[in-house]
Design a protein around this ligand. Structure first.
Ligand code: C2E
Ligand code: CA
Ligand code: CA
Length: 618
């Protein structure tokens, strides 16, 4: 039996009506023949049994269609099905036995043919199930062999050998097809690399499992396991080592499971576990957490692969599975959200999906929907935050997007920008931000605002969009003189380093040809690797506001800031301190030769008009 596989049951289920059809109609012919040869009563009784067993078969057939089974119920159903098939073939054996007791040649011919025909039917219809086809072929063919032997003549012995051979051939062909079926089934359901079940099988399993949960009102859990920084190992040590690591990871996870827990590889470095059934949610929850922690522990141990000592951790998202919903995808998605949350909270951890996360996801969906109309409805506008030099004179501005949604109210940019990035809306939005900002810069120029720099935030997806350079070029042409272009600075973040660095440099260089400069935003929060400072053609760094905020409290931040400033000087980079909120911070930065200051201490982000007034006042 193909364990756990409902396709197997579905196949055997489909054969029930065929079996009934092949018995009920030809069966009438046998009744007629028996009547013609003087044994009507026994034949009618025989046919009565056929009808009764068919009726039973019909119920077995209906049960499978109507109900969602628990595993236990399915097992019982399968037992009934097995008995049903045995009953039918035994009935065909009995008509054989009935006919050969009569001393009439015609009936003997028909009996022999019936036996062979029934054996062929058994070998073809029951092929997926060894436990069914082997005994049934033997039940039908062995009496035939004995019958031929009992003739006691040379042709009888030959026919006995023939029928034994035929029985062997039938079993052999059914077994071969069975093996082939198992093999293709194995390949379709398993992952080639690790030998675990694959995504395709997992989805089927989960769906069947959910109907079982529905029938029993039990609960279970789903763990989504994603390795941390696996890509780095693959990229730096090669795919062979990556593959070996995945195999070992698969083995270690498997080692944490009991026989009721299900493991599959979804692809790449993603694995999934489905737990067993629990009556009690609390218990289910505890077991999920325990298992997740065991898996983390097992994965954290070091790996020795081709003389490399490797370490890897994983992030695990957990969702609680029930039979209430028939969308298996829902639980996978929930585990996925929880898994990303685990990544965001520093990786190497477990997060269980909860109501709060569900609310946030719903809210994000709402934001994503509303965002699509935000530009048409003129809900998005730009503010400009002044940047000052050490003499507290306005020398620059950073353009910051704002969204006041008609339906949702004020949504901050660190909420809607990432959503716009995910949905791809950032391309349209980014173009709007560029155009509005460029227009403002040119208007200020006419109004006599003489600033040295004008910063615009560029998101990753916008930066890599194939039309980005052309867009910038066109907008420059439309709004900016050469002198104004020299003021524009694009702020990018350190996460850009994780991308194809050659490509990043190529894009940056093409933009720089227009006269635009680059600044590394949120400096110190991301990769913090100095090597790229030399590598990338940047002109400025912005010390992240989290460092400035803790300046007064933590001495380490002071050391950090002074070393950033020293280093920037060594690389000949301008330094902007953002989030300067008080004069103590300003004084410290000033003493350490910071170039530009931006923060609430001087001004919050202002509208175009308010910025003009602020500029004129200072
Ligand atoms: P960011 O690029 O680091 O922008 C600086 C943020 O610091 C702004 O928040 C600004 O209002 C805030 N800020 C400035 N001075 C102070 C201060 O003294 N104290 C405190 N606590 N905060 C200060 P905002 O405008 O909410 O923007 C948040 C983030 O959203 C930005 O961080 C940026 O990553 C993103 N963002 C904003 N506008 C845009 C945009 O036009 N395009 C893109 N791609 N991202 C944007
Ligand atoms: Ca910025
Ligand atoms: Ca920043």
């Amino acid at each position: 039996m193909i364990s756990n596989d409902n396709h197997f049951f579905a196949y055997l289920h489909k054969q029930i009506p065929i079996m009934m059809f092949l018995s009920l109609f030809p069966g009438l012919g046998y009744v007629f023949l028996s009547w013609a040869h003087g044994i009507p009563l026994r034949a009618v009784i025989w046919y009565g049994f056929i009808v009764v067993v068919s009726f039973w078969g019909y119920h077995i057939y209906r049960d499978y269609l109507d109900k969602s089974f628990t595993k236990k119920q399915l097992k019982r159903w399968y037992l009934h099905l097995t008995l049903f098939y045995y009953a039918f073939f035994l009935l065909w054996l009995s008509i054989f036995l009935l006919f050969i007791t009569k001393n009439e040649h015609q009936l003997h011919y028909i009996a022999i043919f019936t036996e062979i025909g029934a054996a062929v039917v058994a070998s073809s219809l029951l092929m997926p199930d060894k436990k069914l086809f082997k005994p049934n072929i033997l039940i039908l063919m062995l009496p035939l062999v004995v019958y031929f032997l009992l003739i006691g003549e040379w042709y009888g012995y030959i026919l006995a050998i023939f029928s034994a051979t035929l029985a062997w051939v039938l079993i052999y062909t059914a077994s071969s097809s069975h093996k082939l079926l198992m093999h293709t089934n194995y390949q379709a359901n398993h992952d080639f690399l690790t030998g675990l079940y694959n995504r395709y099988y997992f989805i089927k399993y989960l769906q069947d499992f959910m109907s079982s949960l529905k029938a029993s009102s039990h609960r279970s859990y789903l763990l989504l396991i994603d390795l941390d920084h696996f890509k780095t190992i693959n990229d730096s040590l090669g795919h062979d080592i990556g593959d070996d690591l995945l195999k070992e990871v698969a083995e270690r996870i498997e080692g944490c499971l009991n026989s009721h827990e299900f493991l599959a590889r979804l692809g790449g470095d993603e694995f999934v576990i489905v737990g067993s059934e629990y009556e009690n949610l609390e218990q289910c929850y505890l077991q999920a957490e325990k298992l997740a922690n065991n898996v983390l522990l097992a994965l954290r141990e070091n790996y020795l692969i081709e003389c490399h000592n490797l370490y890897i951790s994983a992030s695990i998202g957990v969702s609680m599975v029930s039979g209430d919903s028939n969308a298996a995808n829902r639980f996978i998605k929930e585990a996925d959200i929880a898994m990303y949350e685990a990544k965001e909270r520093g990786r190497d951890g477990v997060i269980v999906f909860d109501e709060e996360m569900a609310k946030r996801v719903a809210m994000n969906l709402e934001i994503e929907r509303s965002l699509h109309f935000a530009l048409e409805n003129n809900e998005i506008y730009m503010l400009y935050q002044p940047q000052l030099n050490k003499d507290k004179k306005v020398v620059g501005a950073e353009a910051l997007a704002r969204w006041t949604s008609n339906s949702l109210g004020e949504i901050p940019p660190d909420v809607f920008i990432p959503i716009a990035e995910q949905s791809g809306f950032i391309i349209e939005l980014g173009r709007f931000i560029l155009e509005t900002s460029f227009r403002t810069l040119s208007i200020w120029d006419q109004q006599g605002v003489n600033i040295k720099q004008f910063s615009i935030n560029i998101s990753m997806r916008q930066f890599f969009y194939f039309d980005f350079i052309d867009d910038v070029r066109l907008l420059c042409k439309e709004y900016l003189t050469d002198e104004m272009r020299g003021k524009v600075i694009f702020e990018i973040t350190e996460s850009i380093i994780a991308e194809d660095v050659k490509k990043v440099i190529r894009i940056m260089e093409e933009i720089k040809e227009l006269g635009i400069r680059f600044s590394m935003d949120d400096f110190g929060t991301g990769y913090s690797s100095l090597s790229y400072l030399k590598l990338l053609p940047i002109d400025e760094i912005k010390i992240d506001r989290s460092f400035i905020a803790e300046l007064n409290e933590t001495p380490t931040d002071q050391v950090m800031i002074s070393s950033i400033l020293n280093m920037a000087k060594a690389f000949n980079l301008m330094v902007v301190a953002e989030g300067v909120e008080n004069l103590d911070q300003f004084d410290y930065l000033h003493d350490n030769h910071c170039d530009i200051y931006q923060g609430f201490c001087f001004s919050k982000p202002l509208t175009e008009q308010k910025f003009l007034e602020f500029y004129q006042k200072t």
